[in-house]
Design a protein around this ligand. Structure first.
Ligand code: RET
Length: 268
């Protein structure tokens, strides 16, 4: 994006505060997820650790995004002018490159499928997610519409594959989940779908009637809201699923597992 144009002080601070808020949200969610590990049975602990990693990685990147935003503009009284330093969109894409495959793996892990199924689904979904992000980046930083449309379209191919896998491929696995957790897993799938669907919509903002600084403001706020839902929102839902499944499958989540269960868990 072109930072040489002016942006209103209200827009500048709206985005500034949103980044600051998101850093706090991601950091707090990380602590919550990691500190809650002992509340769930051992087979689900990896999902919580990974979910906390996602928000930890995001917290770091929001700090850097925040710094980059500050470096791109100079505030003097109520006037905000571009410094000429480009706002670095790469932080967002690098963040997604790391977190999107992790989010998918976490969703697969919480379903506790067989080892082969877990491995093959996590690998295919993880690779498709990486491809989606890599293909989207050249479009995000492009200044002309044609390039943005081209890479956006290419990135949509792996995106559609992921959506298909989540809905069709994991649909059968959901039917095998304990009754008490089925609804929550379904919610996690929908929340993932809805929040992920939001990203390509935000990407298309430059194609709308939004102009100048409104485009930059809407893009940043849009991606930020999507990130909070996709990472912190889904993370908390993963915790709830893991907790319900722990209670449904083991009754006691305080660590009193029968020896054969403990041995089976150790293999997971
Ligand atoms: C891009 C480019 C345009 C086409 C599509 C995109 C999809 C992005 C998605 C990002 C998801 C990010 C998440 C981050 C959370 O950690 C790259 C904007 C389809 C789906 C879930």
């Amino acid at each position: 994006m072109d930072q040489s144009q002016t942006i209103s002080a209200a827009q500048y601070f709206f985005v500034y505060n949103a980044f600051s808020f998101t850093f706090a949200t991601m950091a707090a969610t990380t602590l919550f997820l990691w500190l809650s590990k002992s509340e769930v049975a051992p087979p689900y602990r990896t999902a919580l650790v990974i979910s906390g990693l996602v928000t930890a990685i995001a917290a770091y990147h929001y700090l850097r995004i925040f710094e980059s935003w500050q470096a791109a503009y100079e505030v003097s009284g109520t006037t905000v002018t571009g410094t000429g330093n480009a706002f670095n969109d790469a932080y967002r894409y690098v963040d997604w490159l790391l977190t999107v495959p992790l989010l998918l793996i976490e969703l697969v892990l919480v379903m506790r499928l067989s080892s082969e199924e877990t491995y093959s689904k996590a690998t295919r979904l993880g690779l498709a997610a990486a491809l989606m992000i890599i293909l989207g980046y050249p479009g995000e930083v492009a200044t002309d519409t044609g390039t943005r449309v081209l890479w956006g379209t290419l990135s949509t191919i792996p995106f559609l594959y992921i959506v298909y896998e989540l809905f069709v491929g994991l649909g059968a696995a959901i039917k095998r989940q304990p009754e008490s957790a089925r609804n929550l897993i379904n919610n996690a799938r929908w929340l993932t779908f809805a929040s992920w669907g939001f990203y390509p919509i935000v990407y298309m903002i430059p194609f709308t009637s939004f102009e100048g600084p409104n485009v930059e403001t809407a893009l940043q706020i849009g991606y930020t809201v999507a990130d909070i839902i996709a990472k912190a929102g889904v993370g908390v839902l993963i915790f709830l699923i893991a907790r319900r499944k722990s209670v449904a499958e083991y009754g006691d989540v305080e660590g009193n597992y029968p020896p054969q269960e403990a041995a089976a868990m150790a293999r997971h």
